[in-house]
Design a protein around this ligand. Structure first.
Ligand SMILES: [Zn+2]
Length: 265
């Protein structure tokens, strides 16, 4: 906006009725929230985006829509934005997404979070499922509901490189050559809840005291912890005072579903 236009706008602000002022404040908040969400979403687009349709890398900026930068592929002329091809594409009410993500991380039900966000519960129901399918790259500091924990071991060479570590945890059934603590293996405790929040800890020792110290600040007191690992994890759950459910992952993940699968709606 030009400076003169802004001065003219500022001058008429004094004439607003309280009701009009509230409407404007709401509008400003909405714009702010949409911008915060857009900035967050666009930070995920690489500096050299690829066309989601044909994979071409000759991409031009192509205006903006719904607060997001649009791009156009010069090869196939498809237009896209940061959300194209993700579970969040074409979802509305971007200004409420941050609030909803907060509600979800607190473990709020579909109904309560709809109330808090001022949208219909069908909307938060849809959001919940779409948000859950997003890959979760943030390390969680609080897990809720049902959490699963497992110990695994990483080779020494990955130490201190957590960010760049793309290696998946040890596949079940393919044992590490030297299970337990050895020079080249770092014990890691991985814990994940049903919202997809994940936390991992490098353990100095895989005993109950060290596991308790890692899990205590992470797990709410009403969390149910599912593990298939040794005694140390169940002892830690007892010490923290949360429900522990031993599961046998060797039998198959479906057992977990039957025993522990609970969704609050
Ligand atoms: Zn293309």
């Amino acid at each position: 906006m030009k400076t003169e236009e802004f001065h003219a706008l500022a001058a008429v602000l004094e004439k607003l009725t309280p009701h009009q002022r509230n409407i404007l404040v709401d509008r400003l908040h909405k714009i702010e929230h949409v911008q915060a969400v857009s900035t967050l979403l666009e930070s995920r687009v690489s500096t050299k985006p690829l066309c989601p349709k044909c994979g071409h890398d000759h991409i031009a900026r192509w205006g903006s829509a719904s607060g997001l930068q649009r791009y156009r592929c010069t090869a196939c002329r498809a237009t896209f934005n940061a959300l194209t091809g993700t579970p969040l594409a074409r979802l509305r009410h971007k200004d409420k997404w941050l609030e909803y993500a907060q509600q979800m991380s607190e473990g709020q039900s579909v109904r309560n979070s709809a109330k808090a966000c001022g949208v219909h519960r069908n909307t938060t129901f849809r959001w919940r499922h779409r948000f859950l399918t997003l890959p979760n790259e943030q390390k969680a500091n609080r897990l809720v509901g049902i959490a699963e924990a497992d110990e695994t071991f990483f080779l020494e060479s990955f130490k201190g490189r957590k960010k760049g570590m793309t290696r998946a945890p040890r596949h079940r059934g393919c044992k590490a050559s030297k299970r337990g603590l050895s020079d080249e293996q770092i014990p890691v405790l991985i814990c994940r809840d049903r919202t997809g929040s994940t936390a991992d800890f490098v353990l100095e020792k895989t005993d109950q005291a060290h596991i308790s110290a890692a899990l205590k600040p992470l797990l709410a007191s009403d969390t149910a912890l599912c593990t298939d690992s040794g005694k140390a994890l169940s002892a830690a759950a007892r010490e923290i005072g949360i429900i522990h459910r031993p599961i046998n992952l060797a039998v198959g993940i479906r057992v977990v579903g039957k025993v522990c699968h609970v969704y609050r709606t």
